[in-house]
Design a protein around this ligand. Structure first.
Ligand code: UDX
Ligand code: UDX
Length: 444
């Protein structure tokens, strides 16, 4: 199919590159000229495993990028909107969605053939039918359901695993205003064999995305609440508690050969310094705000956010137990991105932690295998950035681990060679507490 993707950010670009790889003719549209040029030169503007390779393979073959939205609409049969939907002033900000819907509508005015407009961005239930559709009708002077259709197709892409998640999806949700829209949207995914596909209306598709993310966020905050209680009671380690919980056969089923299947879902049932990223915090908050508009108090999700916002504070509590005054204390911060395999710092727990340490006049050295450059934009020269793990942990009084980077598994071995043993706080409970001398951690 001839596909235009509006917004070549993290979701739009991954979607565009993968659909091109699947044989569609794709054009990625973005207002950011520099981003468009980079894409056309096969340079990925974001760090995402495997993305640049696929970009190189497909660019100028069946993939191109442009700033010309009008032309891209006229020349394609289906458009996917993947612009950002931030959370601003206590509600979802649909400015970009409205803006591109208007522009698409204006282009549709000139088109004689049917066009399908699909919302890929995460939007609160009702947006596709009651915000996007009317804007398209007004700007085009045409009728939805006759001259064009609107559909909703949420993404379930984990950063760092986005290519894999797109090419081997667990589900495909096809929301649409009518049968025709769903049918055409379905064609986009016709080469995805044997994937569970759910056909539904737009509002349900929108709700599925929020519910999925809210469930995962709830599991994390639940684990963190339990972890904090374990630490308060004493003599209980949340890691052991969660190991015991994971052994429930409903969480890790036992196969006929006696082996356990350990679903990746259990990874969300582990205590740590909190969730971050471009999705969980903003999506849960947007659903809470939307729910309240409809008279639902959203008490559970309110608590999920509250617990998460307080969770970085647990790291600081442990630090303060050992160093009541942080001024002048030399601290190594390991991991800045909100999770491993990405350079994304959005809503990362590392941000409030580092900011607090700076405020308290601690002397901070930081290391992240990939996100150092991004972090420098945020913290500038207020902290020292190291290029090397060994250098970072040398001559410090405390080490704080905040991201589960694979490389950090080497730490226990590296610490043996240090002259004096610093305090070690494991914010992700990723290392063995018996392999590090002065080990502390969340939920311990
Ligand atoms: C996406 C989704 O859109 C969001 O709803 C979902 O929850 C998470 O992923 P993301 O891909 O992370 O957001 O957004 P971002 O990286 O900010 O990219 C948006 C792109 O759209 C940018 O490149 C921006 O330049 C472009 N854009 C934005 C336009 O081309 N036109 C606009 O009017 C606005
Ligand atoms: C998430 C969803 O998983 C994906 O399906 C959706 O489309 C976009 O949002 P992503 O934000 O990339 O993806 O991250 P994910 O791997 O789900 O992790 C989110 C956050 O939860 C990270 O900050 C991670 O560190 C944290 N986390 C995860 C925990 O704190 N504890 C855990 O046990 C698991």
């Amino acid at each position: 199919m001839k596909v235009s993707i509006i917004g070549a950010g993290y979701v739009g670009l991954v979607t565009g590159v993968c659909l091109a790889e699947k044989g569609h003719q794709v054009v990625c549209v973005d207002v950011n000229q520099e981003r468009v040029e980079k894409i056309n030169q096969a340079i990925s503007p974001i760090y995402e495993r495997g993305l640049e390779g696929l970009l190189k393979k497909n660019i100028k073959v069946n993939l191109e990028a442009t700033t010309n939205l009008y032309k891209s609409i006229v020349e394609t049969e289906i458009s996917l909107i993947a612009v950002g939907t931030p959370f601003v002033n206590n509600e979802i900000d649909l400015t970009y969605i409205k803006e591109v819907s208007h522009q698409i509508g204006q282009a549709l005015k000139e088109k004689s053939t049917y066009h399908l407009v699909v919302i890929k961005s995460t939007v609160v239930p009702g947006t596709t039918d009651t915000v996007v559709l009317p804007i398209l009708e007004k700007a085009s002077g045409k009728k939805a359901g006759i001259h064009f259709g609107v559909a909703m197709n949420p993404e379930f892409l984990r950063e760092g695993e986005a290519i894999q998640d797109f090419m081997f999806p667990d589900r495909i949700i096809l929301g649409g205003m009518d049968e025709k829209s769903i049918e055409i949207l379905g064609k986009l995914y016709c080469s995805f064999d044997r994937v569970d596909t759910l056909r539904t209306n737009n509002k349900t598709a929108e709700m599925i995305k929020y519910t999925s993310n809210s469930l995962l966020a709830t599991m994390i905050s639940f684990s963190n609440e339990i972890g904090n209680l374990c630490a308060s009671i004493g003599d209980i380690d949340v890691v052991d508690v969660m190991k015991g919980v994971h052994l429930d056969k409903r969480l890790s089923p036992i196969m006929p050969d006696g082996k356990r299947v350990v679903p990746s879902f259990t990874a969300y049932l582990e205590a740590g310094c909190g969730f971050g990223g471009s999705c969980f915090p903003k999506d849960v908050k947007a659903l809470i705000a939307h729910g309240k508009k409809f008279g639902s108090q959203m008490r559970l999700l309110d608590a999920v956010i509250q617990i998460n916002e307080q969770q970085p504070g647990q790291i600081l509590l442990i630090l303060k137990k050992h160093f009541p005054v942080l001024s002048g204390i030399r601290i190594a911060v390991l991991g800045l991105s909100f999770k491993p395999n990405t350079d994304d710092l959005r809503e990362s727990p590392s941000i409030p932690i580092v900011k607090y340490l700076i405020e308290q006049n601690a002397i901070v050295k930081a290391y992240d295998p990939i996100a150092g450059h991004e972090a420098y934009q945020l913290f500038g020269d207020t902290i020292e950035f190291c290029n090397d793990l060994g250098q970072t942990i040398k001559d410090v009084q405390a080490i704080v681990l905040l991201t589960r980077w694979e490389e950090f598994k080497k730490i226990p071995e590296m610490m043996i060679h240090l002259n004096t043993q610093p305090l070690f706080i494991d914010g992700r409970r990723m290392l063995d507490k018996y392999h590090i001398k002065r080990y502390e951690g969340i939920g311990l």
